[in-house]
Write a protein that binds this ligand. Sequence first.
Ligand code: PAF
Length: 281
Amino acid sequence: MQVIHTLAELRSALDAYRHPAVVPTMGNLHAGHIALVRQAKPLGDVTVATIFVNRLQFAPHEDFDTYPRTLEADCKQLQEAGCDIVFAPSEAELYPVAQTFRVQPPDALATILEGHFRPGFFGGVCTVVLKLLAATQARTAVFGKKDYQQLMVIRNMVQQFALPVHIVGGETQRAADGLALSSRNGYLSPDERQRAVLLSQTLHHVVQEVQAGRSSVADIAALEAQSMKTLSDYGWKPDYVHIRRRSDLQAITDTDAVVGHAVVLAAARLGTTRLIDNLEI
Ligand code: PAF
């Protein structure tokens, strides 16, 4: 496995290949990322993982400075997973001048749900993803469904810019108790880690209720409110629990088919750690 830090070296390493399959990450890898790498492997003639903590997608009050940088441990896991190339550029390499050309995703996708609570987040994600797809000459790129809205925004960007890359979604990997794997789980105290299971339990309850027939617009509003209350009652600070159409993440109407077409998405803070999760319904 080659670990490459510059665009020039990356270009020459990729010269020999026609179909890079790429997994963009911010590092601090866990089994969820490694599953994406394993999924990418048969989809290309070379497997590339990128590791870059992208300042553009962090708000000033967020954890950019403290986000764990664990390159050595990440490379060990990637090597074991059969990754061929790790592209881990410095900030100066990827943003040698201020990145004044930016991707501006449409408000309808980027100011709802996560975008409402993290203004500018999806613009930062799209800008770096566009750059990483160009740098790696990706023909396939794999993104986790754990970041469901991110996956949808990236799919739309790729489609509208006619980028020659196939976007693939990878299933969320979970701990034995159901907690979705996330680099930010490492911020949880032992007590919070035990309580963190409530987020996926709440989503499972919503899925069961909708599948059992509580799927009118009024039912959905009641389930969302009940889920927010459950989380609050157990000491969480929920930002949202929403049941949305999978296709565009907009609110469900009474004419929409729900089961097989919906997803429940949630974001909530436990102590100082903000967790997100979702389940397709
Ligand atoms: O999901 C992530 O880790 C990041 O948002 C991504 C896609 C690597 C862009 O920085």
